[in-house]
Design a protein around this ligand. Structure first.
Ligand SMILES: [Fe+2]
Length: 338
């Protein structure tokens, strides 16, 4: 049986009495949670299922995109059904944090993950990480012609030769990292050059398949789409390779998937428990053992051994709190990329 703290136990007892249920002399099972998830379905479900098994607390998942769900939480206000929000990238969490819509996380939870993968306001925490990569087709782009930097992709020789998923939160997080690393002026020029060069695809998988099919020589994606395809037989990636940018290039940006407790939750104790679970040892072991193939960030759990070791990545030092989703979206609209 799960132990409740005294306040939660008292509230649970009151709730049962109010509903005409048995007068509670024993702790009630935890209240059901609603998880707004922009993460990939499989990993969100794997976390939720095992959390429910361990605690008896049911979790209902509502799926959507990072900003779609963040804007929904804002629009719903204090009556939002969301208890916990997990994203693919941090800008949507920072948006909620800046509007005071997330609750501070428990200290013990924050201690599970290195500080650079957490909100400066202690109200969201990393649960997974993903590296930016260039997927390329060596028959169209020999390795000795690879760009040294993501910044090179603004040059005219990349005209119609690079794919981006401009409408997705993943690519928008990468653009926000370029702004953070290079500053507004250089990043703005890069975005203009990239816009005239890029072919826009629906998502990361479509880019990878286009590169695999020889439609374009290269594309900017996150690492795990390629590893997942390889793990599943390589049908969409067998003609491709991955280039990890190095030397703290903006193109070596490591983005973080995060989790936060929605400030208006009526189930704060259970919501805190779910975030603690995902970022803690068991949640991270689940991440490492499933085919999500994202990097672990918490509690010293090593990543899936199929991946290029996290210690070999050379990401730029980016303060995730400074990544600004709304600014990047308006910049992308200014140059006509979205
Ligand atoms: Fe993704």
């Amino acid at each position: 049986m799960r132990l409740l703290d005294p306040v939660a136990a008292m509230l649970a007892a009151l709730a049962l009495t109010a509903c005409g249920g048995p007068t509670a002399t024993t702790p009630a099972p935890g209240a059901p949670l609603t998880l707004y998830s922009a993460q990939h379905k499989e990993i969100a479900k794997a976390w939720a299922d095992e959390f429910t098994e361990e605690t008896g607390i049911p979790v209902t998942i509502r799926q959507g995109g990072d900003f779609e769900l963040a804007n929904q939480i804002i629009a719903e206000g204090d009556s939002s059904p969301a208890d916990v929000f997990i994203t693919e990238n941090t800008p949507a969490l920072s948006l909620l944090s800046s509007k005071g819509r997330l609750a501070p996380l428990d200290d013990a939870t924050l201690a599970q993950v290195p500080a650079q993968y957490e909100s400066g306001s202690s109200d969201w925490i990393g649960v997974a990480a993903r590296s930016t990569v260039l997927v390329y087709n060596p028959s169209l782009l020999p390795a000795d012609q690879l760009p040294n930097s993501i910044m090179d992709l603004q040059q005219p020789q990349w005209k119609d030769r690079v794919g981006v998923a401009a409408g997705g939160a993943d690519f928008q997080a990468i653009v926000s990292a370029v702004y953070a690393v290079e500053g507004d002026q250089l990043a703005g020029q890069w975005l203009e050059g990239l816009t005239s060069n890029a072919r826009v695809y629906q998502n990361n998988v479509a880019i990878m398949k286009a590169v695999n099919a020889g439609e374009i020589p290269a594309g900017v994606i996150y690492h795990y789409y390629w590893y997942k395809d390889r793990a599943e037989g390589g049908g969409g990636s067998r003609n491709t390779q991955l280039e990890f940018f190095s030397h703290a290039d903006a193109g070596a940006f490591v983005s973080v998937s995060g989790a936060g407790v929605v400030g208006s939750t009526k189930n704060a104790a259970e919501a805190q428990q779910l975030v603690a679970f995902m970022s803690g040892k068991r949640g991270q072991e689940i991440l490492a053992s499933t085919d999500a193939l994202e990097y672990t960030v918490g509690d010293g759990v090593p990543a899936n051994p199929q991946l290029k070791p996290f210690s070999e990545l050379q990401p730029p030092a980016v303060d995730l709190n400074t990544l600004n989703g709304p600014k990047v979206i308006s910049e992308m609209q200014r140059v006509g990329l979205i």
